[in-house]
Design a protein around this ligand. Structure first.
Ligand SMILES: [Zn+2]
Length: 198
């Protein structure tokens, strides 16, 4: 068993594809007005998609946190829909900006807006985030019916993650900064949010 070939050439890890992180600290927090906000910005290359900028702000004082993503190249407003039908679909990449609305019929809707974070994840990560929100309802809601509904939604999400149930996921983003990256995805152009001229 001649496995001891030790004359392999030592090759340094090539430093990542131009990924750089800029961090600024001591900025004014919009929530608690202390100079305890850290801003970070980094670029990430998403295969079969392109470069995105990932921004975040985190306050050390009041724990305010906001994150968002933006495509480096401008993209068309679009609606992505996919039927998730097996555990292998869990690895499909998802880019979701704070301006995206996410609809999972019979499960949940995530609305865009101020409180909505943007992030790069995969289908499983997206489902885990939704599950976490439903768990909060399960653990804190005082309405019995809401708690029961939350419990059954958690089961449904778990079954989907395990590949035992199908779910449809739709992401709409008028800014074009979101995507589901898969051959299975159906992409439709969205009319931009142009004010009616009539
Ligand atoms: Zn703060």
């Amino acid at each position: 068993m001649g496995k001891g070939n030790k004359d392999a050439v030592s090759v340094g890890n090539s430093v990542g594809n131009g990924a750089k992180v800029d961090v600024v600290t001591g900025e004014l927090c919009p929530v608690c007005s202390q100079k305890s906000l850290a801003l970070s910005e980094r670029e990430q290359e998403i295969p079969y998609f392109g470069k995105v900028l990932i921004f975040s702000m985190t306050c050390n004082g009041c724990k305010f946190h906001k994150a968002d993503v933006e495509c480096v190249e401008e993209r068309e407003p679009a609606r992505y829909s996919i039927e998730v039908s097996g555990s292998e679909d869990m690895a499909i990449r998802v880019v979701k900006s704070g301006q995206a609305s996410v609809k999972i019929p019979y499960v949940a809707d995530i609305e865009p807006g101020e409180a909505s974070n943007g992030y790069v994840t995969n289908i499983e990560g997206l489902l885990q985030r939704v599950k976490h929100q439903v768990e909060v309802i399960r653990d804190t809601d005082e309405d019995d019916a809401a708690v029961q509904k939350a419990k059954s939604l958690i089961k449904k999400i778990n079954r989907c993650v395990w590949g035992e149930e199908k779910l449809k996921i739709i992401i709409e983003d008028a800014t074009g900064n979101s995507a589901i990256i898969s051959d299975k995805v159906v992409v439709q152009k969205l009319a931009g949010k142009v004010k009616s001229a009539q």
